[in-house]
Ligand binder design. Structure first.
Ligand code: MF3
Ligand code: CO
Ligand code: CO
Length: 262
C-alpha cells in the first residue's frame, strides 16, 4: 500500500496510543503481578484513550496484548497462571486501532535484577532495530533492513529468528510488504514514499529455530535459549523515515535523523 500524508496523520495517532500504552504499563511490571493482569491494565488504558485492541479476536487470538517471557519469542498469551518473577525478561506487544488505523509496537521489560546475558540480548536487539531504521532511506531496497540487522547481530554470536517477520501495517493489521530481519535476496523492492511497515527483530541467545506450543500461538526457542524483541511502526516519506511509534526519549536522541511527513 502507498499511503497519503493524511493517512500518515491517522497512523501517527494510532501509533502514539500504542506507544503510550507501553509507557503506561512500565510501572506495573514487577514481581508478583500476573501477565493477565498486565493485559487487562493495557486494555483499560487503550479503551480509556479511545482505541481498541487489534489482537483480541484476531484469527481467534484470546487476549488484548502479547506478552512473551524469557524463551518465548513472540505471541505469548497472557495468563492468570503466570506471575512475574525476579530476573524475568518480557516483551509486551501492543497493537491498537484508532480511526481505522493500526499502530503496532513492542518493547522489552525487566523484572528486578536480570542476568548479564539477558541485558546484553536486550541491548543488541534494540540496537539492531535502530541500526535498521537509521540505515534506510527512500528507494533503498527493502532487504537492506535484514542486511543491517544481521550485521549487528553477527557480532554477538546470537541469532536472528527467521520464522516471523515485520509486515506492512496501516488500514490493516498485516499487509504487504513482508519485512525479513535476516540477510536475504527475496525483496529488492524499493522503499517508496507512502509505504508503512513494521520492523520487529526477534533475536535469540542460541539457535534461531522456533517451536509453536499446543495453544497454537506461543512461539518459543527450540533450544530454550532467551529471546528478545523490539518493534516500531515506520513510514517512508519523500525525504526519509518517520517512526510512528517513537517514544519521547527516542525522539530526543534520534528525532534529528528522522522525518515527519507534514
Ligand atoms: N503484534 C504482533 C505483530 O507484531 C501480532 C500479534 S497477532 C496476535 O505483528 F493475534 F497474536 F495478537
Ligand atoms: Co507487528
Ligand atoms: Co506487534
Amino acid at each position: 500500500m502507498i499511503y497519503s500524508k493524511d493517512d500518515f496523520k491517522l497512523m501517527r495517532k494510532a501509533s502514539k496510543l500504542a506507544m503510550m500504552t507501553l509507557d503506561f504499563i512500565d510501572e506495573y511490571v514487577k514481581a508478583g503481578i500476573t501477565t493477565e493482569e498486565l493485559d487487562n491494565l493495557c486494555n483499560e488504558f487503550i479503551v480509556k484513550n479511545g482505541g481498541i485492541s487489534a489482537c483480541k479476536g484476531y484469527s481467534g487470538y484470546p487476549k488484548y496484548t502479547c506478552i512473551s517471557l524469557n524463551h518465548v519469542i513472540c505471541h505469548g498469551i497472557p495468563t492468570d497462571k503466570r506471575k512475574l518473577h525476579e530476573g524475568d525478561i518480557l516483551n509486551i506487544d501492543v497493537t491498537v486501532i484508532v480511526d481505522g488505523f493500526f499502530g503496532d509496537t513492542s518493547r522489552m521489560y525487566k523484572v528486578g535484577k536480570i542476568q548479564p546475558i539477558a541485558q546484553k540480548l536486550i541491548d543488541v536487539t534494540y540496537q539492531s532495530l535502530w541500526d535498521a531504521i537509521l540505515a534506510i532511506k527512500p528507494f533503498d531496497p527493502l532487504n537492506k533492513v535484514g542486511d543491517v540487522i544481521s550485521k549487528t547481530i553477527s557480532k554477538t554470536g546470537f541469532s536472528v529468528v527467521r520464522d516471523f517477520c515485520g509486515h506492512g501495517v496501516g488500514r490493516r493489521f498485516h499487509e504487504d510488504p513482508t519485512v525479513l530481519h535476516f540477510k536475504n535476496k527475496y525483496s529488492e523492492e524499493p522503499l517508496k514514499p507512502g509505504m508503512i511497515f513494521t520492523i520487529e527483530p526477534m533475536i535469540n541467545v542460541g539457535k534461531p529455530d522456533t517451536k509453536t506450543l499446543s495453544d497454537g500461538w506461543t512461539s518459543v526457542t527450540k533450544d530454550h535459549s532467551l529471546s528478545a524483541q523490539f518493534e516500531h511502526s515506520i513510514g517512508i516519506t519523500d525525504k526519509g523515515v518517520e517512526v510512528f511509534t517513537i517514544t519521547d526519549e527516542e525522539e530526543k536522541i534520534y528525532g534529528k535523523f528522522l522525518d515527519k511527513w507534514n
